[in-house]
Design a protein around this ligand. Structure first.
Ligand code: ADP
Ligand code: MG
Ligand code: MG
Length: 883
């Protein structure tokens, strides 16, 4: 097989479409090379080798070595350098790259090929001894850490000790002779730690690094990252081996990272950061705070340090042209890594730029206006779940603020929480349900789960492209970075800016829009949705087939959902209406009543309250469909269980506490989820369903008179398994409708339907559809009843199922297409056999999950219903499903 693909000198064996095989990085390097851009020549070893590696006890396909050697020959021909050559040595980087970028999760080795001989040639060629020996000692450090497992810390200790002996503070103050001394120390350290000398043979170094990069696919942080981003284990990583170029050859050399448009705001302006005389990951690691690329950005930031545009004008001009070319070629914002070696530009990476939701909207809309993409493409480019970020709060401009520090606005949104200095603390607070702001000098990939647990992230080092900033934007978390004035003392658990010291556990608020860190918990405002948002949503609405409704029980929810564009209510649960303190005692009277007459008397008290509830909802939803579910939970949920409370309630109701106690005992169930609930209540106590239907119909008449646009109430009977159950309840509902119509002299339209949440209902949907005019798939319960898993108890074991890859996703988050989905499909087909125009919708949690919404489109459901804040997400996801 072909395991290796080469690129360089204006040609390449692969291209951008081969991400699966070459990884994103390798595929795009190949594409850039073919476009004739300046890319150091190299080769990509495919992800299939990674798969092979893990399936064959960490060994390689037999043909691999030969193919790598052939590729090395090509690189040698192109650069005029070869491995180990005493005059013109070839140095390479060994880089990881999966299909989807996993920033900083896997390993990279730079300067490979250096040894005691080639370091002298490098010094000679560069005319710079210090540069060469510095590169060598960096290489020993990085290689030993990544490949040989000698901790970086041990090297740092020696480096610090040397600086102390020389009485200097900065690395840059050390001389070539100092580095040479340190190299000898490093070599003995490696020999002591590994029992072997540091490998001098470049080929040995290379195979060590290749193995380490493949090995890093399964390191802990990569595994965590994949779990959080649902990246399958089997994808594997590719390895790219590429000729080195040097950004650390003095003041005409530099390295940097840029976006073709601002990834935070979407503004159409080249945006980025660079460091003069620096190598590789110095920018991303946030070790020195970088400089702006353009003059405009430098001025806006008020920075004194020169921009790249000023400092390296020729390289800047070439870079700008490359940016324009790449953006036009990919028709999307690019995130670029580059190095300038003695004024010569080299491109090292390009990929679609990660961006905030706000930026994504602006960029998509701008690109439509610029004629680069179509409206449908714009709709497809927005990650539905990312809209969540726009619903983030912002700081109330009128709130009183005490500024602690000002830093860079690295990821938008405001967040408040307790100060924590470690990821472990952030996770501990999160599991106690408390908000935390993770405060670090800088973050590293190890902090990924802590960043996930925190409400927001604050770092004192690093720029907008630092690890913290990139990861936070990806997660949609507010982040403020590079607060140079703040000193964090991990040991003391404090951070200090000027005269102010804050301790772990104190509250802070960070503002990802301004970069401010504020003392205490500051008031925040609900977000406002921009014009870009409205335009994208209008395009999405034009593209989608399914309607989007909301699950709303209260007027407040209903109003919010309408603002977000809900087209009706898909699920109104009525039970919460009874929990209101003013009502619950009437409900309890009903439960305690000894006979139907007693129950009816209590229900008569509830009727006007229910009618008022529904009238309000119908008015808000003026003319739109509203599905109301009849009482669903078991009655024991409404009566008190503690002794104290039983006594209080008995006194309030004027009954003997014993009566209450006995009733509670009688209603107790072993498994309430499968107990006396849903339509079973309506069968035992038809008068409850009658009261609720009466309230619904009377409210429909009242609301129609007020708004002039009559709603069509949809009365939904829950937990039906048998056609005869629904027939029984429907008879009562129809009789009530008739009575209301006769009493009021008004006519109205309504529908009766059922929630499909039992496998039996799905399998007998044809029979049920003889009396059901609509089905609403209650996929929360349907998932529970299909799997035989109780959602409330699943947390304990579903975690292991996910970790062990027994399941790919939590079936309560994303619909289980093979099981629950199969039942939905059967029910939809059978329902339509009986009643071709039957209305079909989904109202479980899945109604707001983009993957589940895509499934609903394939089944041809008429609508999805979700919580109010997910309505925009569902509108967009429904559009994408239809496109
Ligand atoms: P990551 O996936 O973590 O971004 P990369 O493979 O992109 O890792 O490498 C990190 C950095 O190392 C790059 O941004 C680049 O600056 C530097 N680098 C990688 N390869 C080379 C090379 N051939 N020459 C010079 N610098 C390189
Ligand atoms: Mg990179
Ligand atoms: Mg249910």
């Amino acid at each position: 097989g072909k395991w290796v693909y080469t690129f360089g000198d204006g040609k390449a064996e692969g291209d951008a479409k081969q991400r699966d095989l070459l990884g994103g990085k390798g595929a795009n390097l190949a594409e850039m090379a073919s476009l004739g851009l300046p890319v150091p020549p190299g080769m990509t070893i495919t992800t299939e080798v990674c798969t092979y590696f893990y399936e064959h006890g960490e060994s390689y396909p037999p043909e691999l070595e030969g193919q790598v050697n052939d590729a090395l020959d090509l690189i040698a021909a192109s650069t005029g350098r070869s491995f180990g050559d005493a005059k013109m040595p070839l140095l390479v980087s060994v880089r990881s790259g999966a299909r989807i970028s996993m920033p900083g999760m896997m390993d990279t080795v730079l300067n490979l090929g250096l040894n005691d001989t080639t370091v002298e040639a490098l010094a000679e060629n560069a005319g710079d001894e210090r540069f060469a020996v510095d590169s060598y000692r960096r290489f020993i450090q990085m290689y030993s850490d990544v490949v040989l497992g000698v901790p970086m810390r041990l090297f740092d200790e020696h480096l610090e000790a040397l600086k102390e002996t020389r009485a200097v503070e900065l690395d840059t103050e050390l001389t070539a002779a100092d580095w040479r001394e340190l190299i000898e120390t490093y070599k003995s350290l490696v020999a002591k730690e590994t029992g072997k000398p540091f490998p001098q043979e470049p080929k040995d170094q290379l195979w060590g690094a290749i193995g380490a990069v493949f090995g890093s696919w399964r390191n802990d942080r990569a595994i965590t990252y994949r779990r959080l981003h649902q990246i399958p284990e089997r994808w594997g990583t590719a390895v790219t081996v590429q000729a080195m170029v040097f950004g650390n050859m003095g003041d005409t050399s530099a390295t940097g990272v840029a976006f073709t448009r601002n990834p935070s705001t979407g503004e159409k302006a080249l945006y980025g950061e660079f460091l003069i005389n620096a190598q590789g990951e110095d920018v991303v690691a946030g070790i020195r705070t970088p400089q702006d690329i353009t003059e405009a950005a430098r001025k806006a930031a008020g920075s004194e340090r020169p921009s790249m545009e000023k400092a390296l004008p020729e390289a800047f001009a070439e870079f700008k042209a490359v940016c324009d070319k790449l953006e036009a070629h990919y028709r999307d914002v690019q995130d670029l890594e580059f190095t300038i070696e003695r004024n010569k530009l080299w491109m090292l990476q390009t990929r679609a730029g990660k961006r905030t939701a706000k930026a994504a909207l602006k960029i998509a809309v701008d690109m439509v206006d610029e004629g680069i993409i179509s409206k449908d493409e714009a709709v497809k480019r927005i990650e539905p779940a990312s809209l969540d970020q726009l619903l983030h709060p912002t700081i109330d401009p009128t709130a009183k603020k005490e500024l602690f520090a000002k830093a860079l606005p690295a990821s938008p949104g405001a967040a408040a929480g307790e100060i924590v200095f470690s990821s472990e603390e952030a996770e501990r607070l999160a599991s106690a349900g408390k908000p935390a702001i993770l405060c670090r000098i800088e973050t590293s990939p190890e902090d990924i789960s802590g960043m996930h647990a925190a409400q927001g992230i604050f770092t004192t080092r690093g720029g907008m492209t630092s690890h913290a900033a990139v990861v936070a934007r990806g997660m949609g978390k507010p982040c403020v970075s590079g607060a140079g004035t703040v000193r964090i003392n991990y040991a003391a658990g404090t951070m200090t800016a000027g005269d102010t010291t804050l301790k772990a556990g104190d509250f802070v608020t960070i503002d990802g829009a301004t970069g401010e860190v504020l003392v205490g918990e500051v008031a925040m405002l609900k977000p406002e949705l921009s014009g870009d948002f409205q335009r994208i949503m209008a395009w999405a609405d034009a593209a989608r087939r399914m309607k989007v409704r909301t699950n709303a029980d209260t007027p407040h929810d209903a109003r919010t959902a309408r603002e977000f564009g809900a087209e009706g209510i898909g699920l109104c649960r009525t039970e919460h209406m009874f929990f209101d303190p003013a009502r619950i005692n009437a409900m309890r009277e009903m439960i305690l009543a000894d006979d139907t007459a007693g129950r009816r008397a209590a229900l008569d008290k509830l009727l006007p309250m229910q009618r008022e509830d529904f009238t309000q909802l119908f008015e808000i939803m003026a003319g739109l469909p509203v599905t109301i579910r009849l009482l669903d939970p078991p009655l024991h949920e409404f009566i008190p269980h503690g002794e104290e409370e039983i006594k209080e309630v008995a006194a309030a109701l004027g009954v003997d506490p014993d009566k209450l106690r006995n009733r509670a005992r009688a209603l107790a169930e072993f498994n309430p989820m499968l107990g006396h609930r849903g339509c079973r209540l309506a069968v035992s106590y038809p008068e409850i369903a009658e009261m609720q239907s009466r309230a619904i119909f009377e409210a429909a008449i009242a609301a129609a008179q007020k708004t002039g646009s009559p709603v069509v109430p949809e009365v939904m009977v829950p937990l039906v398994g048998l056609a005869s159950e629904l027939e029984f309840v429907k008879k009562r509902i129809d009789a009530t409708a008739k009575a209301v119509s006769e009493e009021t002299g008004q006519t109205f339209t309504y529908q009766v339907g059922t929630m499909v949440e039992l496998p039996r209902a799905a399998l007998n949907a044809d029979r049920i559809a003889t009396s059901a005019e609509f089905f609403s798939f209650g996929t929360n319960d349907l998932t529970q009843t299909t799997f035989g898993i109780s959602r409330d108890d699943a947390g304990v074991f579903l975690g292991s199922y996910l970790r062990e890859a027994i399941i790919d996703v939590d079936p309560f988050v994303s619909i289980d297409v093979d099981g629950v989905g199969a039942l939905v499909k059967i029910a939809a087909e059978k329902g339509r056999q009986t009643r071709p125009d039957i209305k079909l919708g989904i109202c479980g949690e899945h109604g707001g999950d983009p993957a589940s919404i895509a499934f609903c489109e394939t089944v041809g459901l008429d609508y999805v219903s979700c919580s109010p804040f997910r309505v925009p997400i569902a509108r967009l996801a429904a559009a994408q499903a239809a496109l």
